[in-house]
Design a protein around this ligand. Structure first.
Ligand SMILES: Nc1ncnc2c1ncn2[C@@H]1O[C@H](COP(=O)(O)OP(=O)(O)O)[C@@H](O)[C@H]1O
Ligand SMILES: [Mg+2]
Length: 314
């Protein structure tokens, strides 16, 4: 918290941003400075974080009025049309003794609702780190993350728990199944903490495990366990489904079938599906392709006509 006394400008500013938007009129002083109501809202959003308060007040005080307007307008446009998921200058730094590892070095991207996204890059590029931050399993060192209009990067641990529970389905690279529960029970467990789950048995059928649902993970092959993990995440019917190398343990045909299922689910449920892979052949099936290299975004592209998974060879 900033304990320093506020200047008259800051006080005036604070008074104005607390005012209900509807009470602001054409000739409100702040109207002129801030261009329009939406800018006021934007400033309000920025200043709801007390650390940003003095920063915003300083902006108003120090910068030429025109420049402020230009800046606010830019920000406003950005704030008005955020993607369903938006990352802004996200950094993740690990400190190992004397050395700093920049796992993510200023990442920006935006993803629409229902988009089928392929995040591709070499091992160590930062793909899992991105997915863990998106899934609320890890916190960025700095930067902002917005999901469905909410700034998740400011969430408290309690809000984060609810976010992970209700908004996210996660397929871990290492499956993370509960070993003393059967395949079906693993899926059921996830469904119990979901608001709008899919049918458990239908989802297990869809991943091709009808005959194996009463087996424990130790009785299943790696590929079968991976499919349980996918069914478990899918059955939650989350807003976004995050998959870390979801076909890594699968044979070629099963891998294709699973990707088809994921793509179909994105389409039929308008679910945002993000798949992390090192397999560049998969880029042709994504609506959007985000290439990651050494903790940075190398490129972002869209496929106007994503290929049918059946036609992709690798
Ligand atoms: N907990 C950690 N501590 C230190 N370094 C880490 C940690 N997690 C990941 N890294 C490093 O961050 C970089 C990105 O890792 P990661 O996101 O797992 O890459 P990818 O999934 O693309 O293979 C790598 O250099 C990795 O060694
Ligand atoms: Mg990884």
């Amino acid at each position: 918290m900033d304990e320093s006394p506020r200047s008259p400008v800051e006080n005036a500013f604070l008074a104005h941003i607390m005012v209900d938007k509807s009470t602001l009129t054409e000739d409100t002083d702040f109207e002129r400075t801030l261009v329009d109501h939406r800018s006021v809202e934007n400033i309000h959003r920025r200043t709801s974080d007390t650390k940003n308060f003095s920063e915003s007040a300083c902006l108003l005080r120090n910068v030429e009025e025109q420049e402020v307007c230009k800046m606010m307008n830019n920000e406003m446009m950005h704030a008005q049309a955020p993607g369903f998921i938006e990352l802004r200058d996200v950094r993740k730094t690990y400190t190992m003794g004397e050395t700093e590892i920049h796992a993510l070095d200023g990442i920006n991207f935006s993803i629409d609702q229902g988009e089928f996204v392929i995040v591709v890059g070499a091992s160590g590029a930062g793909k899992s780190t991105i997915l863990n931050i998106l899934g609320g399993m890890d916190k960025a060192t700095s930067g902002q993350m917005f999901v469905d209009g909410k700034e998740v990067s400011t969430y408290t641990p309690k809000q984060m728990t609810l976010y992970r529970r209700y908004d996210v389905g996660f397929v871990f690279q290492s499956y993370n199944l509960v070993q003393n529960l059967t395949a079906r029970e693993n899926v059921e467990l996830a469904v119990q903490v979901s608001k709008n789950p899919l049918d458990v048995d239908q989802t297990i059928d869809a991943v091709g495990l009808r005959e194996r649902k009463n087996n424990f993970p130790s009785q299943l092959s790696g590929g079968e366990q991976q499919r349980v993990a996918i069914a478990r995440a899918l059955a939650k019917n989350p807003k976004m489904l995050l998959c870390d190398e979801p076909t890594g343990a699968l044979d070629y045909q099963t891998g294709k079938a699973i990707l088809q299922l994921l793509q179909d689910t994105a389409r039929s449920h308008n679910m945002t599906v993000i798949i992390v892979t090192h397999n560049a052949a998969l880029t042709s099936i994504g609506d959007k392709v985000i290439r990651v290299k050494s903790g940075k975004i190398e490129s972002i592209s869209r496929n106007e006509h994503p290929m049918d998974i059946a036609d992709v060879e690798w």
